[in-house]
Design a protein around this ligand. Structure first.
Ligand SMILES: [Zn+2]
Length: 603
């Protein structure tokens, strides 16, 4: 039964994460922040105007990396304290304070890249020869040269960086602080509603009347805020367009894809092929849900129900560890030690409380261990969510140890590969553990309804919608709530055809994702899962050698492009084949679900 959520102050300490390895108190945080401001001034004095040859470049970059390593825990702390309770005034103030100081610091540090790019390229080449350490950093910088602006402009833009990220902060404030949900009624009874409980519980509620009533109440509240949210989003889009134009990119897509180190063909392929080829499989899945649940019609509000709600094992946090350990054992003892520590040292925030960020994420500050945010509902599928976040953790646990602070982070295109890989490992492990058709059906439906639905459908439909939004913006237009609703509805209707009725309220789904404030992020989920699906099949077939390759990929961090990283793991993403294979695999899983459902019926 869904209860109204407690305040953050009421949750059990053991369900919260321990941030003391970042800073033991707010006071320590503020002290470190003002210390860093002073060190930044000293660094500027010592190095500005003095990088002229290989050794002075290497010296400056070494000191720059050290400053950067001090900035990382500060920024992590500022965002993590806010993420568990966005209504907390002190956390809001701390985060704003950090934002304004960080903008000042990055403005003062902007001379590094500007001055390096003013030097002749041979000098930079010599610096790369002198120290391998900064080779990747300098190579990436040289690639950026044609888009670099005058040093004073760069300095000014950096000084405005917290203003540029303001739309994202506003979005979260509207969503998590201002938006308050009233209880909703169904069958003469009243039920509590919140963002977290809608996405964590009500959306999957087996009772059709309660589920649809929750959806209506949820959508009505979103609607009250649609214009503010659309305006906030438009502000983000216009700032991106201006930046793209000022820096001289051909299109806003080229600007947003630049740091991902992939071209538009990889981006477009992901959206076009899935829209077309996955849709028939997913419509079949929607029909199966409809049949099993005996629904007269299948609506958008019904898509998140599980195939067999009577078979959704409940699981505690403590019990989840055994499943995770067994499933991830294949990754080796070092990886498992990380998993152990994540539980025993409280790296994970499990609590459900008001004001907490929705969904789940993993933050992996350089020089410290990863932190995971999740709102534990007690449903078995949380094991998949946690395995996913531990996949991000395992990635940076490896990359942060092997690479310097500039080289640890890979392209966004690759970010979701290690996370979805762990979901595949959990599924493979569970499938091996029992022959019972009902259990097997539950596992496969979890992969389809969670892993593939989330990464290949939810985020794909976001990506298809987002591409339409950016096409408008690139043509010099703007957006409002009406336009965004139409674009979103069109994408949903195109994908689901007549298999699913796109109920009123579904068009507001664009208001639910913070991803739109992170550039071309949504499409990378299916890109990552395409890679991990192929690698997990390799692991099933080849065992250890495939695992070893994968660990090397994790360690490589951001020193290679997505194409190179995939190649290291034996997957060639320059062709359509891996994506085609993955879509076909999803089709097979859905056919298997249909078959198992028939078997279970006969019994
Ligand atoms: Zn993820």
């Amino acid at each position: 039964m869904v209860k109204s959520l407690p305040a953050r102050s009421e949750v059990r300490l053991e369900d919260t994460w321990d941030l003391t390895s970042l800073f033991s108190s707010e006071e320590e945080f503020h002290q470190a922040l003002s210390e860093l401001e002073k060190q930044t001034d000293a660094f500027q004095q010592q190095h500005s105007g003095k990088m002229e040859d290989a050794s002075s470049i290497v010296g400056a970059l070494t000191a720059y990396a050290a400053l950067y390593e001090k900035l990382v825990p500060l920024s992590t702390y500022a965002s993590l304290v806010l993420s568990t309770d966005q209504t907390d005034d002190a956390a809001q103030m701390l985060s704003s304070k950090f934002g304004s100081v960080a903008a000042k610091i990055s403005s003062k540090l902007s001379f590094v890249n500007s001055e390096l790019l003013n030097l002749p390229e041979e000098t930079l080449q010599q610096a790369m020869k002198e120290s391998d350490e900064f080779k990747v950093y300098l190579e990436k910088l040289i690639r950026k040269k044609q888009y670099q602006l005058h040093p004073e402009v760069e300095k000014t833009l950096a000084a405005y960086s917290s203003t540029f990220s303001a739309p994202y902060g506003l979005y979260n404030t509207t969503k998590m602080v201002d938006m308050k949900f009233d209880d909703f009624e169904a069958g003469g009874k009243s039920y509590p509603l919140s963002y977290v409980s809608f996405e964590g519980d009500w959306e999957a509620e087996p009772d059709v009347e309660i589920r649809r009533a929750a959806f209506t109440a949820f959508s009505n509240k979103l609607k009250d805020y649609q214009h503010t949210t659309a305006k906030t989003y438009d502000m983000q889009l216009q700032a991106e367009k201006t930046t793209s134009d000022l820096r001289g990119y051909d299109t806003i897509f080229d600007y947003l894809l630049f740091n991902q180190e992939v071209d538009r063909s990889l981006y477009n392929r992901q959206i076009d092929l899935i829209m077309k080829e996955l849709a028939p499989h997913m419509r079949k899945y929607a029909k199966l849900l409809q049949e099993v649940h005996g629904l007269g019609k299948m609506t958008f509000a019904d898509l998140k129900i599980s195939l067999d709600p009577s078979y959704e094992p409940e699981i505690t946090v403590e019990e989840s560890k055994k499943y995770i350990d067994d499933a991830l054992a294949i990754m080796g003892p070092d990886y498992l030690e990380m998993v152990d520590r994540s539980y025993s040292e409280r790296w994970i925030d499990f609590a459900q409380n008001t004001g907490k960020s929705t969904g789940a994420f993993c933050s992996s500050p350089y020089g410290d261990h990863p932190y995971i945010l999740i709102s534990w509902t007690g449903r078995m599928n949380e094991v998949f969510v946690l395995a996913h976040e531990l996949g991000h953790a395992g990635h940076f646990y490896n990359a942060n140890r092997e690479q310097n602070v500039f080289n640890a982070r890979p392209s966004l295109y690759f970010i979701e590969a290690p996370s979805t890989m762990n979901e595949m490992l959990v599924a493979n492990h569970l499938l091996e553990s029992s022959k019972d058709p009902q259990f097997k059906r539950w596992v496969i439906s979890s992969i389809v309804a969670r892993t593939y639905y989330h990464n290949f459908v939810t985020h794909l439909l976001e990506a298809a919608y987002q591409r339409k939004v950016y096409e408008r913006i690139d043509a010099g237009q703007s957006v409002n709530a009406g336009i965004l609703n139409t674009l979103k509805r069109n994408v949903l209707e195109e994908f689901w055809g007549d298999a699913v009725e796109i109920t009123p309220g579904a068009e507001l789904t664009w208001m639910r994702q913070p991803h739109y404030y992170m550039g071309l992020y949504p499409y990378t989920y299916s890109a990552g899962l395409t890679i991990s699906t192929q690698v997990s099949k390799r692991i099933l077939k080849e065992g250890q050698p495939a695992v070893d390759d994968w660990i090397e990929v994790l360690k490589a961090g951001g020193t290679k492009t997505p194409v190179e990283l995939s190649q290291m793991a034996g997957v060639d993403i320059t062709t359509e084949q891996p994506l085609r294979d993955t879509i076909a695999y999803i089709g097979e899983l859905i056919d298997e679900l249909v078959k198992l459902t028939d078997e279970i019926k006969v019994k």
